[in-house]
Write a protein that binds this ligand. Structure first.
Ligand SMILES: Cc1cc2nc3c(=O)[nH]c(=O)nc-3n(C[C@H](O)[C@H](O)[C@H](O)COP(=O)(O)OP(=O)(O)OC[C@H]3O[C@@H](n4cnc5c(N)ncnc54)[C@H](O)[C@@H]3O)c2cc1C
Length: 464
């Protein structure tokens, strides 16, 4: 019998456990799988709580519909009927003391329909003129990698980047645009630049034309009961003896007979193949004796504050689902979701409201160490500058994610390639997956779990 150990019970590890277990039972393979999770719960960053009839996401609140692997997994574990699409109201950008409706006719903040885009007064006339110059940009010299910030500023100037592109992207990466890798985040933009010079022209040519009169489409799925329902459905679909909680791997040994994993309670797990679905900095420490790996991977710390209200505490409520905050504005919050409007049927009891705001950005990460009361006050102060809220929240839930968002620095892809190469030569049968490597979103982590399943199966079936 062959043995596989998966280290880490976040979505990447759970996906692998699920698909591996499925393949083993469908093909009647003689393979034993164990998943070892350090904490007392599965799901990692996916963490939903229920309080006074509210459903509150402490980590992610949804996943992109256009990346199919998360929907596929949800359907495999019987949640097809429970998928919920987001409400599609307006969204805004907070700049100065004003909320500007999100410009229409754009993709990730990059204009496609210039007429619709320039109807917004988010950008000054100079800012708009600078964006228009992009149409005449020549193809650039090929480059192995570059920073997202430099790339976008070269195309569109500072104003569009600060007021739209950066706030939108920091919702995904929470990183410093000037340090993030273009090739690890948006390689398609580099390819468009290589082909068309202008990204505007490239997007106009490659995206289907938008119909300004069409109903806005939902872009995200959540799950009835919150995203943790996905975690629970996966764990219920796997035999309980496979899944171990409160078991942190502390040390790994490579011997002639395979791998020996020492865990916190003193037990030892033996394996022919191992998947590390743990954050890179954990994996690196465990594998350090065998590999020569580059230093720590940077990760940004963020926190969010979910505040519950009676609906009538929120005066002059705007039509929409939330806003992002322009980079150079004088606010500590970076984004706010009007959760009761984005997910009206699944998150709040009748006549209640739920606002979820993020704090923490590169350069302002110490804010996550403030007390819950201080964070609630910062957030309420900021919110009251743009919308009127009467009184205090019914309750708040503060969620801190220290080093929770891995940063894909310039050269990230080469670094992942180098890591995988070292594993293949020095530790055969050891693989990595998860948000530190090939995509941070839930579907990206699920994709990596699917790929890891194939690699593990291939390895153990061919091992003599
Ligand atoms: C606040 C926040 C909001 C987000 N919002 C979204 C969103 O809306 N949509 C979206 O698609 N993505 C979002 N993301 C990103 C996404 O949630 C994560 O990238 C993804 O869930 C990470 O999954 P993972 O399995 O790679 O890692 P993790 O979830 O970090 O899981 C790793 C697991 O490994 C365990 N572990 C660590 N060390 C050991 C050890 N020594 N032994 C055993 N186990 C160990 C940990 O306890 C943990 O459970 C968000 C992330 C954060 C932090």
């Amino acid at each position: 019998m062959k043995r596989v150990v998966i280290v880490g019970g976040g979505i990447a590890g759970l996906t692998t456990a699920f698909y591996l277990n499925k393949a083993i039972s469908e093909n009647q393979l003689d393979v034993e799988v164990k998943l070892l999770e350090a904490s007392d719960r599965f799901g990692g960053k996916i963490n939903t709580i229920k309080k006074s009839g509210f459903t509150i996401e402490r980590g992610p609140d949804s996943f992109l519909i256009r990346k199919p692997s998360a929907e596929r997994l949800a359907r495999h574990v019987g949640l097809g009927e429970k998928l919920v699409k987001n409400g599609t109201g307006k969204s805004y950008v907070l700049k100065g003391d004003k909320l500007y409706p999100m410009p229409q006719g754009s993709f990730m903040g990059i204009p496609i329909d210039l007429e619709a885009f320039f109807a917004s007064d988010l950008l000054s006339d100079e800012g708009k003129a600078r964006v228009k110059q992009e149409l005449t940009m020549e193809k650039s010299e090929p480059m192995a990698d570059q920073s997202l910030g430099k790339f976008f500023k070269r195309h569109f100037g500072e104003e569009l980047v600060e007021n739209l592109i950066e706030p939108l992207l920091s919702g995904i990466y929470a990183g410093d645009l000037d340090e993030l890798s273009l090739m690890a985040t948006f390689p398609n933009f580099y390819q468009l630049e290589q082909k068309y010079g202008s990204l505007i022209k490239g997007l106009q040519d490659t995206l289907p034309p938008s119909n300004p009169n069409a109903k806005k489409e939902s872009k995200f799925f959540s799950i009835e009961g919150g995203l943790e329902a996905l975690v629970n459905a996966i764990t219920s679909a796997i035999q309980p003896e496979i899944l171990k909680k409160n078991v942190a791997v502390e040390h790994i040994e490579y011997t002639q007979d395979g791998y020996r994993l020492n865990v916190t309670n003193g037990e030892v797990y033996e394996a022919d193949a191992v998947l590390f679905a743990t954050p890179y900095n954990v994996t690196k420490t465990l594998l350090a004796p065998y590999l020569s790996l580059p230093g720590e991977m940077k990760a940004t710390s963020v926190a969010n504050v979910a505040m519950a209200f009676d609906l009538d505490q929120i005066k002059d409520e705007l039509d929409g689902t939330g806003f992002v905050v322009s980079r150079n504005s004088d606010y500590r919050i970076t984004a706010c979701t009007w959760t009761h409007k984005k997910w009206p049927e699944t998150t709040v009891p009748e006549n209640k409201a739920l606002l979820r705001c993020y704090v923490g950005r590169p350069g302002d990460e110490e804010i996550i160490h403030y007390s819950d009361e201080e964070l609630e006050e910062f957030v309420l102060n900021d919110l009251n500058k743009v919308m009127k809220i009467e009184g205090k929240p019914l309750f708040s839930v503060v969620s801190r994610w220290e080093d929770g968002m891995p940063q894909y620095s310039i050269g990230h892809q080469e670094f992942v390639g180098e890591l995988e190469e070292q594993l293949a030569t020095k530790l055969p049968g050891v693989f990595v997956a998860g948000s530190s490597y090939r995509g941070i979103g839930i579907p990206d982590c699920i994709d990596q779990g699917e790929v890891a399943t194939d690699k593990l199966l291939d390895y153990i079936q061919n091992k003599v």
